[in-house]
Design a protein around this ligand. Structure first.
Ligand code: SF4
Length: 176
């Protein structure tokens, strides 16, 4: 095979792969756009948190996609049992809303919504609505108040939630 044929073959192959990736994203609900932030070892921005001085929060979304409608934060969850009816668990919802606010504040970008992708590639959309913005603000106030009084009451009775909880070692209300 001469060089010209090889080059043509590679270009065609790249176009086919690109088309397949677009088709796959469309089917799963992941928007097309540039993935410019990934919290994965070896990727740009690995380990770099986003911060909001206005809200007093910081966090690291798994991934950010720059789309025509704004920046979309994406969070991957290992849970193999997502909630029914296309919903999102409340703790995942508030986490994603925080990422939406962080992207707005630090990057100055529009954030139309975020995505939670449960294991098994079940993509769930979290709209960044005015009511949810208010819920996020109220939750931040609640967390701050709990921090000041050095305690918070558990609001669930699911042992599974405590299993994967990142603050279990400091929690005096763990179910495990
Ligand atoms: S370990 Fe504590 S903070 Fe974590 S989910 Fe259980 S009760 Fe909540």
């Amino acid at each position: 095979m001469n060089v010209a044929v090889m080059a043509t073959t590679l270009v065609v192959l790249a176009l086919v792969l690109y088309w397949l990736s677009l088709r796959s994203r469309k089917r799963t609900g992941i928007p097309s756009g540039e993935i410019f932030y990934q919290d994965l070892v070896g990727q740009p921005f690995f380990g770099e948190p986003l911060r909001s001085r206005r809200l007093g929060i910081l966090g690291k979304p798994d991934c950010l996609i720059r789309t025509a409608g704004g920046v979309v934060p994406v969070e991957f969850k290992r849970s193999r049992r997502p909630p029914a009816n296309g919903e999102v668990y409340a703790n995942h919802m508030i986490q994603n809303l925080a990422y939406c606010a962080l992207v707005e504040d630090q990057l100055g970008a529009d954030v139309p919504y975020s995505l939670v992708i449960y294991a098994g590639e079940q993509v769930r959309k979290v709209e960044f609505t005015p009511a949810r913005r208010q819920w996020l603000l109220d939750t931040i106030v609640d967390v701050e108040q709990a921090r000041v009084r050095k305690g918070a009451d558990r609001n669930h009775s699911h042992r599974g939630r405590c299993t994967g909880c990142g603050v279990r070692s400091q929690c005096n209300q763990s179910l495990l």
